[in-house]
Write a protein that binds this ligand. Sequence first.
Ligand code: AMP
Ligand code: MG
Length: 348
Amino acid sequence: MKRFFAAALFIGLCMALCACGSGQVRQIQRADTAMGTVIQQKLYTVSDTDDAAEEIDALLRELESGELSWRLETSEVYRINASAGAEEGVSVSESFAALLERCLEISGDAGDAFDVTLGPVVRLWDLDSWASGERTGEFVPPDGQALEEALARCGSGRLRLDGENGRLYLPEGMSLDLGAVGKGIALDRILEYLQEQDEITGATVSVGGSVLTYGEKPDGAPWRVGIVNPQKTSENMGILSLEGQWCVSTSGDYERYVEADGVRYHHIIDPVTGYPADSGVAGVTVLTKDGFLSDALSTACFILGSERGMKLAETYGAEVLFVEKDGSITMSEGMRAVYTESLYTESH
Ligand code: AMP
Ligand code: MG
């Protein structure tokens, strides 16, 4: 009996010490804007400061201003775009060259439906400004000739990347727009950061339509990521239940758009026509371990439609879910395993 009490006392002491040593897991919640979108963080940490949330915000602002923004003169993309037409090309960082190479690979596999050189066409539509309310008044779609001219300045096949020497040659009039992958790249950077922070035990961070899940919830329950109903965007049509680390990206015709004369002009452009893609799809969600890939594939799959998009996702081992304009759903097998139809509106 004595031995039993001694053992129980010893175990009790160990547990108390563990609890003191590791501290209590606490939740940090934060909403902010960066990269032209809303950032929502939920971090589970044993630290008693909110430093991690601030550092993640700072990291995203740096990604935008130092690398990806086409608007800010401080960014690498801005510097590259300013070099279009220069015979000597422009120097690019190793990480940017690697990123661009991945974009070009996806363009090749997506039969050119995905194209980060669409800058001239995307600028002409300027749908981000209309959707955000920055531009107001009567929306008039660009005229056919202006679109033709802008399209003629695009095409991934026309740029030359010399990765070995870190140089990129953009033809005159071309400009890069990394809007299709920026949020996914952000998730990859956040993941790298989280992996270095021992005090963070779990997290979900959403950057616009892309969500990162990481680690565990304190109660061990799976992460819950909602799939928005494109026909009623205040509701989810389903929930993904995910264990551990994942990246979930969604592209939808309801995310950024303007309506004129009963037509919805959204922000995902078909490089063949120069017009907003009309593949019958209203929303696509891609699930992978890699943020860049989930974001790139969700955009590409939206343009390709469910049949061709499903094949593309399969090539990359990604899970995918298509919501057609009539509300019907098609999904890959792995997606079905984590999807539950649901009317809940709350995620994470
Ligand atoms: P996402 O919301 O991730 O689907 O990305 C849409 C954004 O990608 C747009 O706002 C544009 O900046 C850019 N984009 C539009 N069409 C394409 C396309 N066909 N290929 C690559 N990027 C595109
Ligand atoms: Mg995307």
